[in-house]
Design a protein around this ligand. Structure first.
Ligand code: GLP
Length: 253
């Protein structure tokens, strides 16, 4: 089903969505072995990464030429820090498949000059020829990457200030103490994300239902950064039954 230019795909369960997306990615890599992927962290993609690892172990996919760019990283947290998004990705995906280290790209939260680091990242994405398939999660407040709801959004990769809600949502990585979550991060910007050739936003669970409805059926507003996906030529929203529960209007089940 298409609503506001976005393709909506519904699945019975988070596992069903993860399986379908992994299958889709395996085919995409078979078609284009040097595919450029944009990757998210968070609880949502964990099942997807597990499914990709399973398929890799089954000999169904070769990641050796695939290139990856993660969306974001905490400012002040070193890549090797157990709380970094870089470590999260190693634990859930990178350490278990044959991605080559030099083809894995990450923002470095400890770079001496964060603005320079953001410019370096934009150049690296451009040099790779842009992102072919951008996978996104959805923040409970409607953020994508660390592009938080605000009066205005930033186009390029940039240092971002996190809202209290987002710091709370990320507390699990920091011993469940939201005060330990850095107040700032580096994130791909809205234009960086929207330049990807294809975008798939994955959202599961009841906690995302209201935001999913607003992003699909509501107005495009910086107060809900994910709503900008409506402007993309090739954006898809993959959801499970729980995340689809509040869909209204033309998108209603
Ligand atoms: C973090 C990340 C986002 C992610 C979001 C949702 O804030 N910066 O990229 O999409 O969490 O996380 P979860 O999937 O755990 O709900």
């Amino acid at each position: 089903m298409h609503v506001n230019g976005m393709k909506i795909r519904r699945f019975e369960s988070p596992r069903g969505a993860a399986r379908a997306l992994a299958r889709h990615m395996v085919h995409a890599v078979a078609d284009r072995p040097d595919l450029v992927l944009g990757l998210p962290t968070g609880r949502t993609p964990v099942l997807l990464y597990a499914e990709l690892v399973r398929r890799y172990r089954a000999g169904e996919v070769d990641f050796s030429r695939v290139r990856t760019f993660n969306l974001d990283e905490f400012l002040g947290i070193a890549p090797s820090d157990p709380r970094s998004y870089r470590t999260f990705m190693a634990r859930h995906l990178f350490d278990h498949v044959n991605l080559e280290r030099r083809r894995i790209h990450f923002l470095d939260g400890t770079a001496a000059d964060p603005d320079d680091e953001c410019r370096r990242y934009e150049r690296a994405i451009a040099r790779a020829g842009g992102i072919d398939l951008m996978l996104l999660g959805l923040g409970a407040n409607g953020h994508i990457g660390f592009n938080e709801p605000a009066a205005s959004l930033v186009g390029a990769t940039h240092p971002a200030t996190l809202t209290a809600a987002t710091r709370r949502a990320n507390a699990a990585l920091f011993g469940n103490d939201r005060r330990q979550v850095p107040a700032r991060a580096l994130s791909m910007g809205m234009a960086t994300i929207l330049r990807a050739r294809r975008i798939v936003l994955l959202a599961t669970g009841t906690s995302k239902a209201r935001m999913v409805d607003r992003l699909v059926t509501g107005p495009i507003t910086p107060l809900l950064p994910a709503s900008f996906l409506q402007l993309h030529r090739c954006a898809e929203v993959w959801i499970d039954r729980a995340a689809a529960a509040s869909l209204s209007g033309r998108a209603a089940p």
